[in-house]
Design a protein around this ligand. Structure first.
Ligand SMILES: Cc1cc2nc3c(=O)[nH]c(=O)nc-3n(C[C@H](O)[C@H](O)[C@H](O)COP(=O)(O)OP(=O)(O)OC[C@H]3O[C@@H](n4cnc5c(N)ncnc54)[C@H](O)[C@@H]3O)c2cc1C
Ligand code: SF4
Ligand code: SF4
Ligand code: SF4
Length: 498
Protein backbone atom coordinates (compact mmCIF):
# COMPACT_ATOMS: atom_id res chain seq x y z
CA UNK A 1 0.00 0.00 0.00
CA UNK A 2 1.20 3.54 -0.64
CA UNK A 3 3.05 5.35 2.09
CA UNK A 4 0.83 7.69 4.09
CA UNK A 5 2.06 11.28 4.35
CA UNK A 6 3.69 11.20 7.80
CA UNK A 7 4.26 14.92 8.24
CA UNK A 8 0.89 16.53 7.78
CA UNK A 9 0.96 20.03 6.27
CA UNK A 10 -1.85 22.49 6.68
CA UNK A 11 -1.06 24.73 3.70
CA UNK A 12 -4.03 26.59 2.31
CA UNK A 13 -6.17 26.28 5.47
CA UNK A 14 -7.35 29.55 6.97
CA UNK A 15 -5.62 30.34 10.30
CA UNK A 16 -9.02 30.63 12.04
CA UNK A 17 -10.17 27.17 10.92
CA UNK A 18 -6.80 25.69 11.79
CA UNK A 19 -6.84 27.19 15.27
CA UNK A 20 -10.35 25.90 15.94
CA UNK A 21 -9.46 22.43 14.71
CA UNK A 22 -6.24 22.32 16.76
CA UNK A 23 -8.15 23.44 19.82
CA UNK A 24 -10.69 20.62 19.35
CA UNK A 25 -7.85 18.15 18.67
CA UNK A 26 -6.24 19.03 22.00
CA UNK A 27 -9.52 18.03 23.69
CA UNK A 28 -9.38 14.52 22.19
CA UNK A 29 -9.21 11.85 24.90
CA UNK A 30 -6.21 10.06 23.34
CA UNK A 31 -4.21 13.27 23.11
CA UNK A 32 -5.13 14.25 26.67
CA UNK A 33 -4.39 10.83 28.15
CA UNK A 34 -1.00 10.74 26.43
CA UNK A 35 -0.08 14.29 27.45
CA UNK A 36 -1.18 13.89 31.07
CA UNK A 37 0.84 10.67 31.47
CA UNK A 38 4.13 12.26 30.40
CA UNK A 39 5.86 11.38 33.66
CA UNK A 40 4.74 7.73 33.60
CA UNK A 41 5.67 7.40 29.92
CA UNK A 42 9.18 8.73 30.41
CA UNK A 43 9.48 6.58 33.55
CA UNK A 44 8.64 3.46 31.53
CA UNK A 45 11.75 4.09 29.44
CA UNK A 46 10.35 3.12 26.04
CA UNK A 47 10.32 6.63 24.60
CA UNK A 48 12.74 9.51 25.20
CA UNK A 49 11.42 13.00 25.94
CA UNK A 50 12.13 14.03 22.34
CA UNK A 51 10.22 10.99 21.07
CA UNK A 52 7.37 11.71 23.49
CA UNK A 53 6.90 15.15 21.92
CA UNK A 54 7.25 13.74 18.39
CA UNK A 55 4.42 11.29 19.10
CA UNK A 56 2.31 13.97 20.76
CA UNK A 57 2.83 16.33 17.80
CA UNK A 58 1.88 13.58 15.37
CA UNK A 59 -1.24 12.72 17.40
CA UNK A 60 -2.35 16.37 17.52
CA UNK A 61 -1.66 16.86 13.79
CA UNK A 62 -3.57 13.70 12.85
CA UNK A 63 -6.51 14.68 15.06
CA UNK A 64 -6.47 18.26 13.68
CA UNK A 65 -6.56 16.88 10.14
CA UNK A 66 -9.55 14.70 11.10
CA UNK A 67 -11.40 17.66 12.63
CA UNK A 68 -10.87 19.67 9.42
CA UNK A 69 -12.06 16.76 7.26
CA UNK A 70 -15.13 16.41 9.49
CA UNK A 71 -15.95 20.13 9.18
CA UNK A 72 -15.78 19.96 5.36
CA UNK A 73 -18.06 16.94 5.22
CA UNK A 74 -20.78 18.24 7.53
CA UNK A 75 -24.15 18.57 5.77
CA UNK A 76 -23.06 16.51 2.73
CA UNK A 77 -25.08 13.55 1.43
CA UNK A 78 -23.95 9.90 1.61
CA UNK A 79 -20.77 9.64 -0.47
CA UNK A 80 -18.34 6.98 -1.70
CA UNK A 81 -14.72 7.36 -0.53
CA UNK A 82 -13.73 8.23 -4.12
CA UNK A 83 -16.27 11.09 -4.09
CA UNK A 84 -15.07 12.35 -0.71
CA UNK A 85 -11.44 12.66 -1.82
CA UNK A 86 -12.58 14.80 -4.76
CA UNK A 87 -14.34 17.22 -2.40
CA UNK A 88 -11.55 17.48 0.15
CA UNK A 89 -8.39 18.54 -1.65
CA UNK A 90 -6.41 20.09 1.21
CA UNK A 91 -4.84 16.75 2.14
CA UNK A 92 -3.48 13.77 0.15
CA UNK A 93 -6.35 11.37 -0.79
CA UNK A 94 -4.76 8.54 1.25
CA UNK A 95 -4.90 10.69 4.39
CA UNK A 96 -8.55 11.60 3.80
CA UNK A 97 -9.50 7.95 3.28
CA UNK A 98 -7.85 6.83 6.53
CA UNK A 99 -9.41 9.81 8.33
CA UNK A 100 -12.92 8.72 7.28
CA UNK A 101 -12.32 5.23 8.71
CA UNK A 102 -11.03 6.69 11.98
CA UNK A 103 -13.86 9.24 12.24
CA UNK A 104 -16.32 6.40 11.79
CA UNK A 105 -14.69 4.58 14.70
CA UNK A 106 -14.79 7.77 16.77
CA UNK A 107 -18.56 7.88 16.19
CA UNK A 108 -18.76 10.97 13.93
CA UNK A 109 -19.44 9.24 10.63
CA UNK A 110 -21.86 6.51 9.65
CA UNK A 111 -21.25 3.88 7.01
CA UNK A 112 -24.00 2.57 4.77
CA UNK A 113 -23.44 -0.74 3.02
CA UNK A 114 -25.47 -1.51 -0.10
CA UNK A 115 -25.41 -5.08 -1.37
CA UNK A 116 -26.06 -5.73 -5.06
CA UNK A 117 -26.32 -9.16 -6.63
CA UNK A 118 -24.53 -9.63 -9.94
CA UNK A 119 -24.63 -12.72 -12.16
CA UNK A 120 -21.30 -14.07 -13.39
CA UNK A 121 -20.38 -17.06 -15.55
CA UNK A 122 -17.92 -19.39 -13.81
CA UNK A 123 -16.42 -22.79 -14.54
CA UNK A 124 -17.52 -25.32 -11.90
CA UNK A 125 -15.94 -28.76 -12.31
CA UNK A 126 -15.24 -28.02 -15.99
CA UNK A 127 -18.80 -26.82 -16.71
CA UNK A 128 -19.76 -23.18 -17.25
CA UNK A 129 -22.45 -22.07 -14.79
CA UNK A 130 -24.23 -18.82 -14.00
CA UNK A 131 -23.51 -17.90 -10.40
CA UNK A 132 -24.84 -15.06 -8.24
CA UNK A 133 -22.18 -12.98 -6.52
CA UNK A 134 -22.67 -10.28 -3.90
CA UNK A 135 -21.12 -6.87 -4.50
CA UNK A 136 -20.73 -4.49 -1.56
CA UNK A 137 -20.84 -0.70 -1.90
CA UNK A 138 -19.76 1.50 1.03
CA UNK A 139 -20.85 5.11 1.48
CA UNK A 140 -20.20 7.55 4.30
CA UNK A 141 -21.93 10.55 5.86
CA UNK A 142 -21.39 12.73 8.93
CA UNK A 143 -23.99 11.93 11.62
CA UNK A 144 -26.23 14.51 13.24
CA UNK A 145 -24.00 15.35 16.19
CA UNK A 146 -25.78 16.64 19.31
CA UNK A 147 -24.10 19.33 21.45
CA UNK A 148 -23.47 16.87 24.27
CA UNK A 149 -21.87 14.26 21.95
CA UNK A 150 -18.92 12.43 23.46
CA UNK A 151 -16.65 10.75 20.93
CA UNK A 152 -16.18 6.99 21.25
CA UNK A 153 -13.59 5.99 23.79
CA UNK A 154 -11.03 3.43 22.53
CA UNK A 155 -10.83 0.61 25.05
CA UNK A 156 -7.47 -1.02 25.83
CA UNK A 157 -7.07 -4.14 23.65
CA UNK A 158 -7.89 -6.56 26.45
CA UNK A 159 -11.38 -6.22 24.92
CA UNK A 160 -10.01 -7.84 21.72
CA UNK A 161 -8.44 -10.70 23.65
CA UNK A 162 -11.54 -11.21 25.84
CA UNK A 163 -13.70 -11.38 22.69
CA UNK A 164 -11.46 -14.30 21.55
CA UNK A 165 -10.44 -12.67 18.28
CA UNK A 166 -6.88 -11.58 19.11
CA UNK A 167 -4.37 -12.97 16.56
CA UNK A 168 -1.55 -12.59 19.14
CA UNK A 169 0.60 -10.52 16.78
CA UNK A 170 2.07 -8.59 19.74
CA UNK A 171 1.90 -5.18 18.06
CA UNK A 172 -0.04 -3.58 20.92
CA UNK A 173 2.61 -4.49 23.46
CA UNK A 174 5.36 -2.92 21.35
CA UNK A 175 3.44 0.31 21.02
CA UNK A 176 2.15 0.67 24.60
CA UNK A 177 3.99 3.74 25.98
CA UNK A 178 3.90 2.53 29.60
CA UNK A 179 4.60 -1.20 29.07
CA UNK A 180 1.17 -2.15 30.43
CA UNK A 181 0.69 -5.01 27.94
CA UNK A 182 2.39 -8.38 27.74
CA UNK A 183 1.58 -10.60 24.76
CA UNK A 184 2.79 -14.14 24.10
CA UNK A 185 1.71 -16.64 21.47
CA UNK A 186 -1.38 -17.52 23.53
CA UNK A 187 -1.81 -14.91 26.25
CA UNK A 188 -2.44 -11.18 26.58
CA UNK A 189 -2.13 -9.56 29.98
CA UNK A 190 -2.84 -5.97 30.85
CA UNK A 191 -1.72 -4.21 33.97
CA UNK A 192 -4.83 -2.11 34.71
CA UNK A 193 -2.98 -0.05 37.31
CA UNK A 194 -0.36 1.06 34.78
CA UNK A 195 -2.61 1.47 31.72
CA UNK A 196 -3.41 5.17 31.22
CA UNK A 197 -6.23 4.50 28.72
CA UNK A 198 -4.64 6.29 25.78
CA UNK A 199 -6.26 3.93 23.24
CA UNK A 200 -3.08 3.75 21.14
CA UNK A 201 -3.13 -0.06 21.27
CA UNK A 202 -6.72 -0.11 19.99
CA UNK A 203 -5.84 2.26 17.12
CA UNK A 204 -3.16 -0.06 15.72
CA UNK A 205 -4.65 -3.47 16.57
CA UNK A 206 -5.58 -5.40 13.40
CA UNK A 207 -8.63 -6.86 15.16
CA UNK A 208 -10.18 -3.72 16.72
CA UNK A 209 -11.58 -2.13 13.55
CA UNK A 210 -10.91 -2.99 9.95
CA UNK A 211 -8.79 -1.04 7.46
CA UNK A 212 -10.06 -3.15 4.56
CA UNK A 213 -12.11 -0.38 2.93
CA UNK A 214 -9.27 2.13 3.32
CA UNK A 215 -6.73 -0.38 1.95
CA UNK A 216 -8.81 -1.30 -1.10
CA UNK A 217 -9.65 2.26 -1.87
CA UNK A 218 -6.05 3.45 -1.58
CA UNK A 219 -4.78 0.56 -3.73
CA UNK A 220 -7.41 1.13 -6.42
CA UNK A 221 -6.24 4.72 -6.77
CA UNK A 222 -2.72 3.59 -7.63
CA UNK A 223 -2.66 3.13 -11.42
CA UNK A 224 0.60 1.20 -11.30
CA UNK A 225 -1.15 -1.67 -9.50
CA UNK A 226 -3.29 -4.50 -10.83
CA UNK A 227 -6.19 -5.23 -8.49
CA UNK A 228 -7.93 -8.48 -7.58
CA UNK A 229 -10.70 -8.77 -4.96
CA UNK A 230 -9.05 -12.04 -3.85
CA UNK A 231 -5.35 -11.19 -3.61
CA UNK A 232 -5.66 -7.37 -3.45
CA UNK A 233 -3.31 -4.92 -5.22
CA UNK A 234 -0.09 -6.06 -6.87
CA UNK A 235 2.51 -5.19 -9.49
CA UNK A 236 3.52 -8.69 -10.63
CA UNK A 237 3.25 -12.35 -9.67
CA UNK A 238 6.12 -14.81 -10.02
CA UNK A 239 7.17 -18.36 -9.31
CA UNK A 240 10.72 -18.37 -7.96
CA UNK A 241 13.42 -20.49 -6.36
CA UNK A 242 16.72 -19.75 -4.60
CA UNK A 243 19.98 -20.54 -6.37
CA UNK A 244 21.92 -20.72 -3.08
CA UNK A 245 22.79 -24.19 -1.81
CA UNK A 246 23.09 -23.02 1.84
CA UNK A 247 19.54 -21.70 1.69
CA UNK A 248 18.22 -24.84 -0.02
CA UNK A 249 19.22 -26.75 3.16
CA UNK A 250 17.03 -24.62 5.44
CA UNK A 251 14.21 -23.38 3.23
CA UNK A 252 10.53 -24.23 3.40
CA UNK A 253 9.62 -23.84 -0.28
CA UNK A 254 11.60 -21.77 -2.78
CA UNK A 255 13.83 -20.22 -0.08
CA UNK A 256 12.77 -16.82 -1.41
CA UNK A 257 12.23 -15.26 2.02
CA UNK A 258 15.74 -16.12 3.22
CA UNK A 259 17.27 -15.15 -0.15
CA UNK A 260 15.60 -11.73 -0.03
CA UNK A 261 16.71 -11.22 3.56
CA UNK A 262 20.30 -12.13 2.64
CA UNK A 263 20.12 -9.71 -0.30
CA UNK A 264 18.84 -6.94 2.00
CA UNK A 265 21.52 -7.53 4.65
CA UNK A 266 24.43 -7.95 2.21
CA UNK A 267 23.51 -4.81 0.31
CA UNK A 268 23.02 -2.88 3.56
CA UNK A 269 19.44 -2.04 2.60
CA UNK A 270 18.61 -3.07 6.17
CA UNK A 271 20.67 -3.38 9.35
CA UNK A 272 18.52 -6.10 10.90
CA UNK A 273 15.63 -8.46 10.34
CA UNK A 274 12.75 -9.41 12.61
CA UNK A 275 11.77 -13.05 11.98
CA UNK A 276 11.35 -16.28 13.97
CA UNK A 277 13.53 -19.29 14.71
CA UNK A 278 13.05 -22.53 16.66
CA UNK A 279 13.15 -21.84 20.39
CA UNK A 280 14.70 -24.23 22.88
CA UNK A 281 11.45 -26.16 22.58
CA UNK A 282 11.56 -27.62 19.09
CA UNK A 283 8.81 -26.42 16.72
CA UNK A 284 7.95 -23.59 19.09
CA UNK A 285 8.80 -20.42 17.17
CA UNK A 286 10.69 -17.66 18.93
CA UNK A 287 10.70 -14.10 17.52
CA UNK A 288 14.27 -12.87 16.90
CA UNK A 289 16.15 -9.81 15.71
CA UNK A 290 18.93 -10.90 13.36
CA UNK A 291 21.73 -8.72 12.06
CA UNK A 292 24.14 -11.30 10.55
CA UNK A 293 24.02 -14.03 7.90
CA UNK A 294 24.92 -16.92 10.22
CA UNK A 295 21.89 -16.31 12.41
CA UNK A 296 19.72 -15.56 9.38
CA UNK A 297 19.91 -19.18 8.21
CA UNK A 298 18.48 -20.31 11.58
CA UNK A 299 15.23 -18.60 10.66
CA UNK A 300 14.61 -20.64 7.47
CA UNK A 301 11.63 -23.02 7.29
CA UNK A 302 7.99 -22.76 8.42
CA UNK A 303 6.96 -23.35 12.03
CA UNK A 304 3.21 -23.85 11.97
CA UNK A 305 2.73 -22.70 15.57
CA UNK A 306 2.02 -18.97 15.80
CA UNK A 307 4.50 -16.47 17.22
CA UNK A 308 3.93 -12.97 18.59
CA UNK A 309 6.66 -11.54 16.37
CA UNK A 310 5.62 -7.90 16.62
CA UNK A 311 5.98 -7.90 20.40
CA UNK A 312 9.74 -7.42 19.89
CA UNK A 313 9.61 -4.66 17.28
CA UNK A 314 10.31 -1.94 19.84
CA UNK A 315 13.54 -3.75 20.75
CA UNK A 316 14.75 -3.19 17.17
CA UNK A 317 14.51 0.57 17.61
CA UNK A 318 18.29 0.97 17.68
CA UNK A 319 18.52 -0.09 14.02
CA UNK A 320 17.95 2.56 11.35
CA UNK A 321 16.41 0.19 8.81
CA UNK A 322 14.76 -3.16 9.40
CA UNK A 323 12.76 -5.78 7.48
CA UNK A 324 9.94 -7.69 9.18
CA UNK A 325 8.84 -11.19 8.12
CA UNK A 326 5.38 -12.28 9.21
CA UNK A 327 1.97 -13.72 8.55
CA UNK A 328 -0.80 -11.60 6.94
CA UNK A 329 -2.24 -10.57 10.33
CA UNK A 330 1.14 -9.05 11.23
CA UNK A 331 1.39 -7.18 7.94
CA UNK A 332 -2.13 -5.86 8.59
CA UNK A 333 -1.05 -4.69 12.07
CA UNK A 334 2.00 -2.83 10.75
CA UNK A 335 -0.07 -1.22 8.01
CA UNK A 336 -2.59 -0.09 10.58
CA UNK A 337 0.26 1.41 12.59
CA UNK A 338 1.32 3.21 9.41
CA UNK A 339 -2.18 4.66 9.06
CA UNK A 340 -2.80 5.58 12.70
CA UNK A 341 -1.04 6.97 14.56
CA UNK A 342 1.98 8.36 12.80
CA UNK A 343 4.99 9.49 14.72
CA UNK A 344 5.88 6.44 16.80
CA UNK A 345 9.64 6.10 16.37
CA UNK A 346 9.90 2.42 15.61
CA UNK A 347 7.45 2.54 12.68
CA UNK A 348 9.87 4.71 10.81
CA UNK A 349 12.63 2.09 10.68
CA UNK A 350 10.41 -0.65 9.18
CA UNK A 351 11.60 -0.39 5.58
CA UNK A 352 10.41 -3.75 4.22
CA UNK A 353 7.41 -5.92 5.09
CA UNK A 354 7.83 -9.48 3.86
CA UNK A 355 4.51 -11.31 4.16
CA UNK A 356 3.90 -15.07 4.16
CA UNK A 357 0.77 -16.67 2.74
CA UNK A 358 -1.23 -18.20 5.59
CA UNK A 359 -4.43 -20.24 5.69
CA UNK A 360 -4.21 -20.83 9.44
CA UNK A 361 -1.71 -21.37 12.24
CA UNK A 362 -1.79 -23.70 15.22
CA UNK A 363 -1.24 -23.25 18.94
CA UNK A 364 2.02 -24.91 19.97
CA UNK A 365 0.07 -27.51 21.96
CA UNK A 366 -2.02 -28.12 18.82
CA UNK A 367 1.10 -28.88 16.75
CA UNK A 368 2.34 -31.32 19.39
CA UNK A 369 -1.14 -32.86 19.64
CA UNK A 370 -1.55 -33.43 15.93
CA UNK A 371 1.92 -35.00 15.55
CA UNK A 372 1.06 -37.43 18.33
CA UNK A 373 -2.60 -38.11 17.60
CA UNK A 374 -2.68 -37.98 13.80
CA UNK A 375 0.78 -39.42 13.05
CA UNK A 376 1.66 -41.26 16.28
CA UNK A 377 5.19 -39.78 16.10
CA UNK A 378 7.65 -38.08 18.46
CA UNK A 379 7.86 -34.42 17.37
CA UNK A 380 11.64 -34.41 18.07
CA UNK A 381 12.02 -36.72 15.08
CA UNK A 382 10.17 -34.37 12.75
CA UNK A 383 12.57 -32.41 10.50
CA UNK A 384 9.99 -30.52 8.44
CA UNK A 385 6.23 -29.93 8.28
CA UNK A 386 4.36 -28.84 5.20
CA UNK A 387 0.87 -28.19 3.89
CA UNK A 388 0.59 -29.09 0.23
CA UNK A 389 -2.03 -30.49 -2.17
CA UNK A 390 -4.70 -30.64 0.55
CA UNK A 391 -2.49 -32.69 2.89
CA UNK A 392 -0.55 -32.05 6.10
CA UNK A 393 2.85 -33.67 5.66
CA UNK A 394 5.62 -34.42 8.15
CA UNK A 395 9.17 -35.40 7.21
CA UNK A 396 11.07 -37.58 9.68
CA UNK A 397 14.81 -37.83 10.42
CA UNK A 398 14.67 -41.34 8.94
CA UNK A 399 13.97 -39.79 5.51
CA UNK A 400 10.36 -41.01 5.60
CA UNK A 401 7.40 -38.70 4.98
CA UNK A 402 3.86 -39.18 6.33
CA UNK A 403 0.66 -37.48 5.20
CA UNK A 404 -2.87 -36.96 6.50
CA UNK A 405 -5.71 -35.07 4.78
CA UNK A 406 -5.65 -31.39 5.78
CA UNK A 407 -9.29 -31.63 6.90
CA UNK A 408 -8.17 -34.03 9.69
CA UNK A 409 -5.88 -31.43 11.26
CA UNK A 410 -8.14 -28.37 10.83
CA UNK A 411 -9.63 -28.87 14.29
CA UNK A 412 -6.17 -28.28 15.83
CA UNK A 413 -5.92 -24.80 14.24
CA UNK A 414 -6.39 -21.63 16.30
CA UNK A 415 -9.95 -20.42 16.66
CA UNK A 416 -8.92 -16.79 16.14
CA UNK A 417 -7.67 -17.63 12.62
CA UNK A 418 -11.31 -18.10 11.60
CA UNK A 419 -11.69 -14.30 11.78
CA UNK A 420 -8.95 -13.77 9.23
CA UNK A 421 -9.79 -13.15 5.59
CA UNK A 422 -6.30 -12.55 4.23
CA UNK A 423 -4.41 -15.47 2.66
CA UNK A 424 -1.75 -13.61 0.71
CA UNK A 425 -0.60 -10.82 3.05
CA UNK A 426 -2.47 -7.97 1.37
CA UNK A 427 -0.48 -5.29 3.20
CA UNK A 428 3.07 -6.58 2.68
CA UNK A 429 5.56 -5.05 0.24
CA UNK A 430 6.14 -8.55 -1.11
CA UNK A 431 4.14 -11.71 -0.31
CA UNK A 432 5.49 -15.25 -0.53
CA UNK A 433 3.90 -18.70 -0.23
CA UNK A 434 3.71 -22.09 -1.84
CA UNK A 435 0.19 -22.24 -3.33
CA UNK A 436 0.38 -22.06 -7.12
CA UNK A 437 4.00 -23.16 -7.54
CA UNK A 438 5.67 -26.57 -7.74
CA UNK A 439 7.84 -28.25 -5.10
CA UNK A 440 11.00 -26.25 -4.28
CA UNK A 441 9.45 -23.09 -5.72
CA UNK A 442 7.54 -20.19 -4.14
CA UNK A 443 4.74 -18.04 -5.46
CA UNK A 444 5.64 -14.37 -5.11
CA UNK A 445 3.41 -11.28 -5.25
CA UNK A 446 5.17 -7.92 -5.50
CA UNK A 447 2.76 -5.37 -4.10
CA UNK A 448 4.55 -2.07 -4.58
CA UNK A 449 7.71 -0.57 -6.08
CA UNK A 450 9.76 -1.47 -3.00
CA UNK A 451 8.76 -5.13 -3.21
CA UNK A 452 9.40 -5.28 -6.96
CA UNK A 453 12.80 -3.57 -6.59
CA UNK A 454 14.18 -5.97 -3.99
CA UNK A 455 12.88 -9.00 -5.88
CA UNK A 456 14.48 -7.79 -9.15
CA UNK A 457 17.64 -6.86 -7.21
CA UNK A 458 17.94 -10.38 -5.76
CA UNK A 459 17.49 -11.85 -9.26
CA UNK A 460 20.17 -9.53 -10.65
CA UNK A 461 22.59 -10.56 -7.90
CA UNK A 462 21.98 -14.19 -8.89
CA UNK A 463 20.30 -15.22 -5.58
CA UNK A 464 16.98 -16.11 -7.20
CA UNK A 465 15.71 -17.59 -10.46
CA UNK A 466 12.19 -16.67 -11.47
CA UNK A 467 9.41 -16.98 -14.05
CA UNK A 468 5.94 -15.50 -14.32
CA UNK A 469 3.34 -17.18 -12.07
CA UNK A 470 1.06 -17.04 -15.11
CA UNK A 471 3.48 -19.41 -16.90
CA UNK A 472 3.28 -22.20 -14.28
CA UNK A 473 0.55 -24.64 -13.27
CA UNK A 474 -1.59 -24.58 -11.16
CA UNK A 475 -0.34 -20.98 -10.85
CA UNK A 476 -2.36 -17.86 -10.17
CA UNK A 477 -5.87 -19.29 -10.82
CA UNK A 478 -5.47 -21.74 -7.91
CA UNK A 479 -3.97 -19.05 -5.68
CA UNK A 480 -6.89 -16.70 -6.39
CA UNK A 481 -9.42 -19.48 -5.88
CA UNK A 482 -8.06 -20.43 -2.42
CA UNK A 483 -7.66 -16.77 -1.42
CA UNK A 484 -11.32 -16.26 -2.40
CA UNK A 485 -12.41 -19.23 -0.27
CA UNK A 486 -10.58 -17.81 2.75
CA UNK A 487 -12.27 -14.41 2.31
CA UNK A 488 -15.68 -16.05 1.92
CA UNK A 489 -15.36 -18.28 5.00
CA UNK A 490 -14.04 -15.53 7.29
CA UNK A 491 -16.23 -14.92 10.35
CA UNK A 492 -17.15 -11.28 11.17
CA UNK A 493 -15.47 -9.81 14.25
CA UNK A 494 -17.77 -8.63 17.04
CA UNK A 495 -16.10 -7.13 20.07
CA UNK A 496 -17.90 -7.83 23.31
CA UNK A 497 -18.08 -4.32 24.72
CA UNK A 498 -19.38 -4.00 28.25
C1 LIG B 1 1.80 -20.36 10.16
C2 LIG B 1 2.07 -20.38 8.67
C3 LIG B 1 1.09 -20.89 7.81
C4 LIG B 1 1.32 -20.89 6.43
N1 LIG B 1 0.33 -21.35 5.59
C5 LIG B 1 0.53 -21.33 4.25
C6 LIG B 1 -0.50 -21.74 3.38
O1 LIG B 1 -1.61 -22.11 3.81
N2 LIG B 1 -0.27 -21.68 2.04
C7 LIG B 1 0.94 -21.24 1.53
O2 LIG B 1 1.12 -21.21 0.31
N3 LIG B 1 1.93 -20.84 2.34
C8 LIG B 1 1.75 -20.87 3.68
N4 LIG B 1 2.75 -20.43 4.52
C9 LIG B 1 3.99 -19.91 3.94
C10 LIG B 1 4.97 -21.02 3.59
O3 LIG B 1 4.95 -22.04 4.56
C11 LIG B 1 6.40 -20.46 3.48
O4 LIG B 1 6.71 -19.71 4.64
C12 LIG B 1 6.58 -19.56 2.29
O5 LIG B 1 6.26 -20.27 1.11
C13 LIG B 1 8.01 -19.05 2.19
O6 LIG B 1 8.84 -20.12 1.87
P1 LIG B 1 10.39 -19.86 1.66
O7 LIG B 1 11.04 -21.16 1.34
O8 LIG B 1 10.57 -18.71 0.72
O9 LIG B 1 10.78 -19.37 3.13
P2 LIG B 1 12.10 -19.60 3.96
O10 LIG B 1 13.28 -19.08 3.19
O11 LIG B 1 12.16 -20.99 4.45
O12 LIG B 1 11.86 -18.62 5.19
C14 LIG B 1 10.76 -18.83 6.05
C15 LIG B 1 10.48 -17.56 6.83
O13 LIG B 1 9.26 -17.76 7.52
C16 LIG B 1 9.37 -17.23 8.82
N5 LIG B 1 8.50 -18.01 9.70
C17 LIG B 1 8.52 -19.34 9.91
N6 LIG B 1 7.56 -19.71 10.78
C18 LIG B 1 6.92 -18.56 11.12
C19 LIG B 1 5.85 -18.28 12.02
N7 LIG B 1 5.22 -19.21 12.71
N8 LIG B 1 5.46 -16.99 12.14
C20 LIG B 1 6.07 -16.00 11.45
N9 LIG B 1 7.10 -16.22 10.59
C21 LIG B 1 7.51 -17.48 10.44
C22 LIG B 1 10.83 -17.38 9.20
O14 LIG B 1 11.20 -16.34 10.07
C23 LIG B 1 11.55 -17.25 7.84
O15 LIG B 1 12.00 -15.93 7.66
C24 LIG B 1 2.56 -20.43 5.91
C25 LIG B 1 3.54 -19.93 6.78
C26 LIG B 1 3.29 -19.90 8.15
C27 LIG B 1 4.35 -19.34 9.07
S1 SF4 C 1 -2.51 -5.86 18.49
FE1 SF4 C 1 -2.34 -8.03 18.02
S2 SF4 C 1 -1.81 -8.97 20.00
FE2 SF4 C 1 -2.59 -6.96 20.44
S3 SF4 C 1 -4.78 -7.28 20.85
FE3 SF4 C 1 -4.56 -6.73 18.71
S4 SF4 C 1 -4.45 -8.67 17.66
FE4 SF4 C 1 -4.04 -9.07 19.81
S1 SF4 D 1 -2.59 -0.72 27.32
FE1 SF4 D 1 -3.30 0.44 25.53
S2 SF4 D 1 -4.62 2.01 26.39
FE2 SF4 D 1 -3.39 1.20 28.09
S3 SF4 D 1 -1.60 2.55 28.16
FE3 SF4 D 1 -1.05 0.83 26.87
S4 SF4 D 1 -1.49 1.52 24.79
FE4 SF4 D 1 -2.56 2.91 26.17
S1 SF4 E 1 -4.76 -17.27 9.56
FE1 SF4 E 1 -4.67 -15.08 9.79
S2 SF4 E 1 -4.77 -14.76 12.01
FE2 SF4 E 1 -4.18 -16.87 11.68
S3 SF4 E 1 -1.93 -16.80 11.72
FE3 SF4 E 1 -2.60 -16.72 9.59
S4 SF4 E 1 -2.65 -14.53 9.15
FE4 SF4 E 1 -2.64 -14.72 11.37
Amino acid sequence: MVQIEKDITFNGISPKLLMEATHKAAENFQVRAFFEAKEEILGAGKYSEEEFYQILDAMVDAETERKLVLEELKGKELLFLEEIVKIIDNFPPENVIRDIIYLKEQGYIEEEIEIKIKKVIKKVKGEEKEIEEKEFFYRYQVKDIPDDFIEHFFEPVSIVFDSEVCCQCGWCSSICPVNALTVTADTLEIDDETCMKCGLCYSVCPRSFSIEQAGKSINKRDNSLKFSEKINGYINTYSASTTKDDIKKVRQDGGIVTSLLEYLLKNKLVDAIVAVQHSEEKWKPEPVIVDNLKDLYKTGGTKYANASTLAIIDKAKKYDNIAVVGTPCMMNAIEKGNLFPSGVPFFKNIKYKIGLFCMESFPYEGVLGLIKEQFNQDFNKVTKMDISGGEFIIYLDTGEDLKVPLKDVKSYARNNCHYCEDLTADYADISIGSIGSGSGWSSVITRNKKGEEIFKGAIKTGFIESKSLKAVKPGQPLLERIAGIKRKNCKPIKLEKE
